[in-house]
Ligand binder design. Structure first.
Ligand SMILES: Cc1cc2nc3c(=O)[nH]c(=O)nc-3n(C[C@H](O)[C@H](O)[C@H](O)COP(=O)(O)O)c2cc1C
Length: 222
């Protein structure tokens, strides 16, 4: 699907009655476009992301929006590292090496498949948690939540710019090889890669989440 198709999809979604549209008994304005954008965002697998990806200016704007996530004490516990096209072969070699080390019986095809994962999307960002351990007010678990908010902002911003994106991790992310390739300090942790591009096809319907299973009224137990 090209950008025109995506825009049409967003328009169609905007015409659907949105759950977040103003309730009939409220005169509070609702940013329906933003609700439609959030509802319509879908992750698209890196192998289904083709050119074009965001321009350099667009990418800067997208990452800048990622930096507006909720962030206790302004720790900015995130880093996004662009893996440029010229570095993809090298990253692919690391993926292949990690596969061979983890699974010495892996076939040449399996190893090449891992290598090819580095070449897929037009734009590839490594996502790093840069934590502040033993902070007086902000435990690392909170910093990780902040990073998640930042990633979601980035995915939504990419979508708003007419691209699709996906965060992936996989077992290999935890390997010393990849951690050392992307982390500059012991407080850095590589947590995933974000791929961005134009979707060659959209994913299947997302399984519906039941509101009642995730949104309840507190029943005090005392
Ligand atoms: C930190 C993180 C890592 C993920 N890693 C993978 C992955 O390696 N492979 C995968 O298929 N999905 C992975 N996912 C899930 C997808 O990114 C995506 O959220 C999921 O397919 C749901 O699609 P949706 O965003 O369109 O609802 C990961 C999600 C998160 C938050």
């Amino acid at each position: 699907m090209d950008r025109h198709g995506l825009e049409k999809l967003a328009d169609d979604c905007a015409e659907e009655p949105m759950e977040c549209s103003s309730p009939a008994n409220s005169d509070r304005p609702v940013a329906a476009d933003l609700c439609a954008l959030i509802a319509a965002r879908r992750s698209v697998a890196p192998k289904r992301l083709v050119a074009p990806g965001p321009s350099a200016d667009e990418l800067e704007a997208i990452v800048a929006l990622a930096l507006t996530a909720p962030d206790h004490c302004a720790l900015r516990p995130w880093r996004y590292v662009l893996v440029e096209k010229k570095s993809r072969e090298l990253l692919g070699a690391l993926f292949a090496q990690e596969k061979e080390e983890h699974d010495p019986s892996a076939s040449v095809e399996d190893i090449d498949k891992e290598r090819s994962r580095a070449l897929n999307a037009p734009t590839l960002l490594a996502v790093i948690l840069r934590s502040t351990p033993n902070h007086a007010k902000v435990p690392v678990s909170e910093q990780l939540i902040s990073l998640g908010g930042s990633v979601q902002n980035l995915l939504l911003a990419a979508h708003a710019y007419g691209y699709a994106a996906m965060i992936t991790s996989g077992r290999k992310i935890a390997s010393t090889l990849l951690q050392e390739a992307f982390c500059d300090s012991p407080t850095d942790q590589l947590v995933g890669f974000i791929s961005i591009g134009t979707p060659s096809r959209l994913p299947n319907e997302r399984a519906e989440a039941k509101l009642a299973e995730h949104f309840q009224v507190w029943s005090p137990k005392f």
